[in-house]
Ligand binder design. Structure first.
Ligand SMILES: NC(=O)c1ccc[n+]([C@@H]2O[C@H](COP(=O)([O-])OP(=O)(O)OC[C@H]3O[C@@H](n4cnc5c(N)ncnc54)[C@H](O)[C@@H]3O)[C@@H](O)[C@H]2O)c1
Length: 350
């Protein structure tokens, strides 16, 4: 494997969707990504740009050993549980992995003098609050997570910020909006089980690899009545992590930054874009609104430009869909998340 020669960066959760794309981006900038992942939802085949250390984020000894062995200089922390619905059923597990896991990591970093962290946070830290239905969300908006998953992301941010104040850690929490698309090479892409994201589900429905899509809610206060979301290409997201490492923040600084485009796209627009790309209409049915689905979740992305000097380059809806479709037609791994004849085993929601 061709490896970079620059500083070694620990990528926890680097066998997963966004982590694998970030490892590729780090390698492209000359860093040496070292992936630490227990493979609960990640894939060995996704780790192509540096070594894989198999371990649990809560295992302080394994983390310490990895930091020493690989001379780690900075950490990008993706490892965690991500399914919002499951977090409602198992909040204790989510606190254990997402919050206690982050505590273990922070302690080991401090003990070994690793002073820089980039953390995967989420737009799930924001609630609907007093925001108008079509208002974009700035970092200063009310924090009122609608799920235990969002609670764990906000709690982890607080922990990190407190360690910045107390011990001089430098950290950036990136609050992602809707990660989507795949690396244009076709080597890595999205393979969640269960898949809950709109674009892979719409593509699976259009290709006949999954059941018809359900569009939940057509009476939101949005231009076409379906929900608005902010889709960000996973390659742009990966670039934001590299920009966060290189932002030149002072020791002790903590920044929480939205990563989105500022453009809301409706479910109906996405379904149309998938239909155009595949060349047939997406089979779908109309369902009732789901509890807790806000009409609109769209970033105010200005702070990312100010703090990180980052703007999205690949996040037009058609580019996202084209890259996702390339991957879904020929995924290099993740066959276990599909059933016989390539059909997706599960389709939970849009
Ligand atoms: N996908 C999105 O749209 C989105 C949006 C906002 C935030 N996020 C956050 O980004 C991060 C990555 O998301 P993703 O979509 O790539 O998810 P993913 O499930 O593909 O990746 C998560 C990785 O963490 C690993 N992992 C889980 N538990 C672990 C543990 N105890 N120890 C070590 N490794 C463990 C998994 O094996 C997997 O490789 C997550 O923290 C998620 O909460 C994702």
């Amino acid at each position: 494997m061709d490896r970079g020669t620059g500083p070694a960066v620990l990528v926890t959760g680097g066998a997963g969707y966004i982590g694998a794309h970030t490892a590729k981006a780090l390698h492209g900038r000359g860093y040496r990504p070292v992936v630490f992942d227990d493979l609960t939802s990640g894939f060995r085949e996704a780790v192509q740009w540096g070594p894989l250390v198999e371990g649990d984020i809560r295992d302080a000894d394994a983390l310490a050993e990895t930091i020493k062995t690989h001379d780690i200089q900075a950490v990008i922390h993706f490892a965690g549980l991500i399914e919002v619905g499951r977090s409602v059923a198992k909040p204790d597990l989510f606190w254990e992995v997402n919050v206690s896991g982050t505590t273990a990591l922070l302690t080991v970093m401090r003990e070994h003098g690793v002073g820089q962290l980039v953390f995967s946070s989420s737009a799930a830290v924001y609630g609907q609050g007093a925001r108008g239905p079509l208002e974009t969300i700035a970092e200063t908006a009310d924090k009122a997570p609608a799920s235990p998953y969002g609670d764990t992301k906000l709690a982890a941010e607080w922990l990190i910020q407190a360690q910045c104040r107390a011990y001089g850690l430098t950290a950036v929490a990136l609050r992602y909006f809707n990660a989507a698309g795949a690396d244009p090479s076709g080597l890595i892409g999205e393979a969640h089980e269960p898949e809950t994201h709109l674009i892979p589900l719409a593509i699976a429905a259009a290709l006949g690899d999954g059941p018809p899509l359900t569009i939940f809610g057509q009476d939101f206060e949005t231009p076409d009545g379906t929900c608005l979301r902010d889709y960000i290409h996973v390659s742009d997201l990966a670039a934001a992590h590299v920009a966060a490492l290189e932002a030149g923040l002072a020791p002790g600084a903590f920044e929480a930054v939205n990563v989105g485009t500022g453009q809301g796209r409706s479910v109906a627009e996405v379904v149309e874009a998938v239909g155009r790309a595949v060349g047939c209409a997406v089979p779908h049915s109309l369902g009732a609104r789901r509890a807790g689905d806000p009409p609109s979740l769209v970033a105010d992305p200005r702070r990312a430009q100010e703090v990180l000097g980052w703007t999205p380059q690949h996040s037009s809806l058609d580019t996202i869909v084209a890259d996702a479709l390339r991957w879904e037609r020929k995924p290099c791994y993740g066959s276990g998340v599909r059933g016989p004849k390539g059909r997706r085993k599960s389709q939970i929601a849009v």
